[in-house]
Write a protein that binds this ligand. Structure first.
Ligand SMILES: Nc1ncnc2c1ncn2[C@@H]1O[C@H](COP(=O)(O)OP(=O)(O)OP(=O)(O)O)[C@@H](O)[C@H]1O
Length: 226
């Protein structure tokens, strides 16, 4: 197996009179194509760890390697480039742009990356929406579709640039059980069929059980293996 993410003693402390350590001494490895669930009690640091892995926050100490690149010396621009080219994000709330059509929401990361011509971008955005069961909805706006459909658009957007890694924070937290199962199966099949790595924070036990592996946190640390 090839490691996609490796961390060594990753630690994130918020400074202040009473410093708060969100993530402490986390050393882990996630391989390509794995479907991993980060689990743990509320406040155990799951989202904080996900933000570090997604290069949305920076560690105070420790090492983080993504796809073989040690990110320690990366400036903000380089981190943003790496995020845009290799990572896709899905959050509990979809963060689709309300004034844009679904097609334009999905096209946006491709337009920013600017590796494809506009006709290719539009064709790929259509194909992604079709793959996610949203055929016929491309020109609608986010408020015209259901919550489950919006989350599928968010997944289509996350897939736009063919990321190596999808990071999801409670992607089903806001959905009914049928839509949750659908989103879970979709993420799982991405790992199986396309080799995409998926790391998701979840409170949903069914979702966690569907993962290849669980990473359990307690008080910002890896929980001892059972
Ligand atoms: N900006 C901040 N300032 C102070 N404390 C923070 C900040 N961000 C997070 N925390 C605290 O750090 C701890 C870890 O938070 P985090 O959101 O990572 O946990 P979590 O496991 O994802 O929680 P939940 O399951 O409730 O979403 C919590 O105790 C939280 O209150």
């Amino acid at each position: 197996m090839h490691p996609l993410i490796e961390t060594e003693a990753l630690t994130r402390t918020l400074p202040g009179e009473l410093p708060v350590t969100l993530v402490r001494d986390v050393s882990l490895r996630i391989d390509r194509g794995e479907f991993v669930a980060i689990v743990g009690p509320s406040g155990s640091g799951k989202s904080s760890l996900l933000y570090l892995l997604g290069l949305l926050d920076r560690p105070t100490s420790g090492r983080l390697t993504v796809d073989g690149e040690d990110t320690a010396d990366f400036d903000e621009d380089r981190l943003a480039d790496l995020r845009l080219a290799k990572l896709g994000f899905v959050f509990q709330f979809h963060f689709l742009l309300p004034e844009f059509s679904l097609l334009d929401n999905v096209a946006l990361p491709m337009r920013r990356l600017a590796r494809l011509r506009e006709t290719e971008i539009v064709a790929r955005a259509h194909a992604l929406l079709d793959d996610l069961g949203l055929q016929g909805h491309a020109h609608k706006h986010p408020h015209q579709i259901s919550g489950g459909q919006r989350q599928r658009v968010a997944i289509a957007r996350a897939l736009a640039n063919q990321p190596l890694l999808i990071l999801a924070d409670e992607p089903t937290g806001n959905l009914d059980s049928a839509s949750s199962a659908n989103v879970r199966d979709l993420l799982r099949s991405l790992c199986r069929t396309q080799g995409t790595t998926v790391v998701t924070v979840t409170h949903d036990l069914g979702f966690a059980a569907a993962a290849d592996r669980q990473i359990a946190l307690v008080d910002g640390r890896l929980a001892p293996q059972a």
